[in-house]
Ligand binder design. Structure first.
Ligand SMILES: Cc1cc2nc3c(=O)[nH]c(=O)nc-3n(C[C@H](O)[C@H](O)[C@H](O)COP(=O)(O)OP(=O)(O)OC[C@H]3O[C@@H](n4cnc5c(N)ncnc54)[C@H](O)[C@@H]3O)c2cc1C
Length: 358
């Protein structure tokens, strides 16, 4: 039976819920604080636009626990079915042929400590890091040939999604959904939400996906600042994401298109949304350059920053009661986790499920 649904927040979770529910024939409205669906790159708005889009259940175990990785593997099985349903006018880049971990030989001890964390109990059924000899690395990623002496591991099955394409497709390919921009939501309750302008919207189901914007109702939420550098690097040649294990900072290089790369990401305990700091920019770019010296002539097209919505335990919170769903606190794993968590809440509420087969 068709239900009325009011979603607060048109970020990653909000768009995924809207896409699934409108597609299943429900009457969906979405309210977002931002003036429109496109990213502004001003440090406000959806963290999903700033994200690298790495789908890394294994690599994220460096900081996360086994349940995050399990949910991540479930999402990796769901993304192809979602992307497959997007219209040809809204293609979404999705790659699932693994990612790479790299370390300088001098940092081998620190790298081994990280690798040990990737073998946590409870994950025996999932792929393991595979060490790569230099020739195997050069064959897999010729773009890394110019950095001899690197230690390398393939993380099989990990992947990448293009966040800007996915955000655009999820919004544009949701016919019948009413999108309300510049409409911040003050409260979400079972069966109704309250807009900042005092209007009350009644619905069979309210879904709270405001990210950090839900903090007034979820006071434990905090923002964790992350900064990225977007590069124009024609013919860079990289086909997988690459993480550099370094004792002081973690830096990754993510191929966006054949000519564009993203370098990420700082992790700073701060809710400061001001522009990228010189120190972060220098550290990110120096680490990327150490792995791919040929990036020296790349052009910096954007420096961006945003806040990851996180709870103290760094785990997402799913809330389900009649008339109200909440999904929040996806921290640094939103793209990795969102399909599995949205699917779970849709099933728990009886509202449906995400498609499981491409
Ligand atoms: C630098 C960086 C790199 C990242 N890299 C990755 C990665 O590689 N892989 C990965 O899996 N994850 C990554 N993430 C994390 C991921 O982006 C987040 O976990 C995810 O975006 C959270 O999704 P969300 O829908 O909860 O929140 P958001 O995407 O932040 O969306 C929240 C939405 O709510 C709206 N909103 C806020 N307040 C209100 C209000 N009062 N009323 C109405 N609307 C409101 C906002 O405008 C926004 O549209 C990264 C994040 C950052 C910052």
């Amino acid at each position: 039976m068709s239900a009325t649904i009011a979603i607060a927040g048109a970020g990653l979770a909000g768009r995924l819920f809207a896409w699934a529910l409108a597609g299943a024939g429900h009457r969906v409205q979405v309210f977002d604080a931002r003036p429109g669906p496109e990213p502004q790159f001003d440090g406000h708005g959806a963290a999903a636009f700033t994200a690298a889009g790495m789908l890394s259940p294994l690599a994220e175990l460096e900081k996360a626990q086994a349940p995050i990785a399990s949910a991540g593997w479930r999402s990796l099985a769901l993304w192809p079915a979602i992307v497959h349903r997007m219209s040809p006018g809204h293609p979404v880049g999705l790659q699932l042929h693994g990612s790479l971990l790299l370390s300088q030989r001098s940092d081998a001890g620190a790298a081994q400590r990280v690798l040990d964390r990737l073998q946590q109990p409870g994950l025996e059924a999932f792929p393991k890091p595979q060490p790569l000899e230099p020739q195997a690395l050069a064959a897999l990623e010729p773009a890394l040939r110019r950095s001899p002496g690197l230690l390398a591991w393939l993380l099989p099955g990990e992947g990448l999604i293009h966040p800007l394409e996915a955000m655009a497709a999820l919004q544009a390919d949701t016919p019948g959904c009413a999108w309300h921009w510049s409409q911040p939501v003050d409260r979400c309750e079972a069966g109704w939400l309250l807009l900042d302008d005092g209007r009350r919207i009644d619905a069979d189901w309210v879904i709270d996906c405001r990210g950090l914007g839900a903090k007034a109702q979820l006071p434990e939420l905090r923002g964790v600042r992350g900064e990225v550098v977007a590069l124009d690097a024609p013919g860079h040649g990289l086909s997988r994401s690459v993480r550099l294990l370094h004792p002081r900072h973690r830096v990754y290089l993510v191929p966006r298109t054949a000519d564009q790369l993203l370098i990420g990401a700082s992790e700073v305990e701060s809710e400061d949304r001001s522009p990228v700091s010189l120190q972060s920019a220098v550290e990110l770019m120096a680490a990327a350059h150490s792995v791919m010296p040929q990036l020296a002539e790349a052009r910096i097209t954007r420096l961006d920053r945003n806040l990851r919505p996180a709870f103290p335990d760094h785990r997402p919170r799913l809330h389900h009661e009649p008339g109200l769903l909440r999904l929040n606190g996806m921290y640094r794993h939103g793209w990795l986790l969102a399909p599995a968590l949205v699917d779970q809440l849709l099933k728990d509420s009886g509202l449906g499920a995400l498609p499981h087969t491409p």
